[in-house]
Write a protein that binds this ligand. Structure first.
Ligand SMILES: [Zn+2]
Length: 280
């Protein structure tokens, strides 16, 4: 008769079997799966040969093979999505449900001397609308390339300052929540590509100032704002770690810093997730 396992070993085995998912979760799933508004859901699509085509809210979704085995979908969840059940559509008619949890985002109050940056006049509003349309088109691009890396490098050396998702009040008036992550860095600091990418848009915008968009592949797109100098051209292929430009304070900025957006399937998500700095 086999000796009974000591109690602690029994408890350990029980804990392991309760914690073990239907299949082993890979590194990318553990790192990126933060299913909250403004977060990312990583969904298991199975082990078939062909890449499944997945859509969320009508938009194509990034899919990769994790650890060379199962396909996973990496879904960006817009900040405006309410906690509860969401679905993606898989080509062929199937759908796959996932749960979005709650996340509390705090408030930030900012004082601006330039009242035009709080309540722009008609001419500036027309400009803002034009620029928004241009940037939205960039975010909706979906190239076939695979991202070089999903665990991103920090784009600048410097501490994180304003987090993603802050509810922002400019001179006491509520405006759009903070769509990216800010880094404190002095003017002229080099900004580097967090992953390889193609330059798909360059602009000098009313709110974002001098701006570069990088397409990392399959709808994973970065935006870098308020630059003092842009050192790349439209269409350039930038390697991981390649220099893009320099930190500045152009556009609506109270001082030099880098504002970095990360977008998946046209949803702006918390960049901190991709650098292992997400706070629940
Ligand atoms: Zn910012």
């Amino acid at each position: 008769m086999p000796r009974p396992l000591p109690l602690f070993a029994t408890l350990l085995l029980l804990a392991l079997s309760l914690a073990a998912p239907a299949h082993a979760e890979g590194f990318i799933t553990r790192l990126l799966n933060k299913p909250v508004p403004g977060g990312v859901a990583v969904l298991d699509l199975g082990g078939q040969a062909q890449a499944p085509k997945v859509r969320y809210q009508g938009k194509p979704v990034l899919t990769i093979r994790e650890d060379g085995q199962r396909w996973i979908a990496i879904v960006g969840i817009p900040l405006g999505v309410k906690p509860g059940t969401q679905q993606v559509q898989i080509e062929g008619g199937q759908s796959l449900a996932f749960e979005v949890g709650a996340k509390h985002y705090t408030e930030q109050r900012i004082t601006l001397k330039n009242q035009q940056q709080v309540n722009p006049n008609a001419k500036n509003l027309a400009r803002i609308e034009r620029e928004l349309a241009e940037q939205t088109r960039a975010y909706r691009q979906f190239s076939a390339r695979q991202p070089s890396n999903l665990l991103f490098d920090k784009p600048v050396d410097g501490p994180l300052s304003s987090p993603f998702g802050l509810r922002r009040f400019f001179n006491g008036e509520e405006r759009n929540p903070h769509s990216g992550l800010d880094f404190a860095a002095s003017r002229g600091t080099s900004i580097k590509a967090p992953a390889a990418g193609k330059v798909i848009l360059i602009g000098d915008y009313f709110f974002n100032g001098r701006t570069v968009f990088l397409d990392h592949g399959q709808g994973l797109i970065s935006m870098f704002c308020h630059l003092s100098a842009i050192d790349v051209k439209l269409g350039d292929e930038i390697p991981r770690g390649g220099h893009l430009g320099k930190v500045g304070a152009t556009g609506r900025a109270t001082g030099p810093h880098l504002h970095w957006n990360v977008s998946l399937n046209d949803a702006r998500v918390d960049p901190a997730i991709f650098i292992g700095a997400f706070k629940p």
